[in-house]
Design a protein around this ligand. Structure first.
Ligand SMILES: *Cc1c(COP(=O)(O)O)cnc(C)c1O
Length: 425
């Protein structure tokens, strides 16, 4: 039934039967809150570096963090469209507006490059524990880092993150881009001295090629989007930051006030890391859902069949072609799919047409401009309220629906304008 709907490219939802209460889910878990706090502390150490290297981060104390915002006008519009109440309040987490690289990849991607830089600096005796990290922005450090390279395969945004951060620190960096990657992303990277290799094929091929090339070079660090625990932990830090933002805004998360979080999913590392962090912070009170395009439902397919990275959407005859370039992934990360089995509440799919339509409505109602991928999560509140598979999550009024808006602020205005036009009914 589910597979039939996926094959027919219909919007659908899947409730995860392997979900477990938090205490039970943590029993065999390889990662803990300690790991996430370790990542948070590393980012804090780099705050002095960010303030000098990226002066736009001075206002946030050298941390990359995004606003949490209420979107009541959009909520009203969606309730009108679906003809029912969403059973709570609609909020948005604007990772689209993260400094430096303008997407959720500014969390995991940048974190992994910083961890590499710190490791090299310590190994080379350039750095002592407790030092002011603004030294990373000096010619001496750049000189040392130029002896190392970084490589990554990407549909676009991870490449932007890794490329911008690596080049800034002085690493040599190569981004292997899949056919889905937008031209402006390649142009921007090249303008910053990043080597961009283009492939006519999809994301998996770009990653595989990148991995092969890196294997032959001992000075090369390959950022493995399909398997990296480091990326995953970088994403997870978001949860600790969100906890503070919710407190500041007086939004309770408890037995009476569940938090639903809707995360657009590609290979899975970004949404998986954020969702895992949220479970560590809020336990059973948070329910996490992944959103995927109908043309690239790799995570729902991998998790529902239990085959994880051993099945691809192509095996169902699905083409993987979607306007949501950040989500154009045919095969999910095996690591993330397996890891998330006891933590994830469910997945759903959404058509490109609906993403465009939501993009236009969000622009009109709230003046927020996002790339199509970032709208996949917007439909989550409607799905949990109305889809039969999600009936156990239906809310009577106290749910906080949080849409994770994953990218968009770096998209050139003329590209955004084209997206807006496509959202006309
Ligand atoms: C990468 C990306 C995602 C999904 O992250 P994955 O780690 O690939 O699952 C979602 N939205 C945008 C805009 C992205 O760039």
């Amino acid at each position: 039934m589910l597979l039939e709907e996926l094959r027919a490219l219909k919007e659908t939802a899947w409730c995860n039967p392997k979900y477990r209460p938090f205490a039970e889910a943590m029993k065999n878990c390889a990662l803990s809150l300690w790991d996430v706090k370790d990542a948070e502390a590393r980012l804090a150490r780099f705050a002095d570096y960010f303030k000098v290297a990226f002066p736009e981060t001075v206002a946030s104390g050298g941390l990359l963090e995004s606003p949490l915002q209420n979107i009541p006008a959009m909520q009203k519009e969606m309730e009108k469209q679906c003809g029912a109440s969403l059973g709570g309040a609609l909020w948005i987490k604007l990772d689209s507006h993260l400094a430096v690289s303008g997407s959720i990849k500014a969390r995991g991607g940048i974190y992994e490059v910083l961890k590499l830089a710190e490791t090299v600096a310590l190994e080379k005796g350039l750095l002592q524990p407790g030092d002011d990290y603004s030294v990373f922005d000096t010619p001496k450090f750049r000189e040392v880092f130029s002896g190392y390279s970084v490589a990554v395969g990407s549909t676009g945004n991870l490449g932007l993150s890794i490329g911008i951060m690596s080049a800034k620190l002085g690493f040599r960096v190569t981004v292997h881009m899949s056919a889905d990657a937008r031209q402006w992303k390649k142009d921007m990277l090249r303008s910053k001295g990043v080597k961009v290799v283009e492939y006519a094929s999809d994301y998996s091929v770009a990653v595989t090629k990148g991995r092969e090339e890196a294997k032959n070079d001992p000075t090369c660090h390959f950022v493995d989007d399909e398997n990296s625990q480091t990326l995953f932990l970088g994403y997870a830090v978001a949860a600790l930051r969100l906890q503070k933002q919710l407190e500041e805004k007086g939004i309770p998360v408890d037995d009476m006030h569940p938090l639903h979080v809707y995360l657009p999913c590609g290979v899975g590392g970004g949404p998986g890391g954020v969702a895992f962090g949220l479970k560590l912070v809020f336990g059973d009170h948070v329910k996490c859902f992944f959103a995927e395009p109908t043309h690239a439902p790799c995570m729902i397919l991998g998790m529902a069949t239990g085959k994880h990275n051993e099945i691809s959407v192509a095996d169902l005859g699905i083409d993987g072609i979607t306007a949501a370039d950040g989500l154009a992934v045919g095969r999910a990360s095996g690591f993330v799919g397996k890891f998330m089995e006891p933590f994830l509440s469910g997945c759903y799919t959404i058509t490109d047409e609906r993403m465009y339509s939501l993009l236009r409505r969000l622009w009109d109602t709230e003046d927020i401009r996002l790339e199509p991928s970032a709208l996949a999560g917007m439909y989550g509140a409607v799905m949990t309220q109305q889809h039969e598979a999600f009936r156990s999550f239906r809310s009577t009024g106290n749910t906080t629906h949080l849409v994770w808006a994953t990218g968009g602020s770096m998209v050139p205005p003329e590209e955004l304008g084209k997206y807006y036009e496509k959202g006309k009914d």
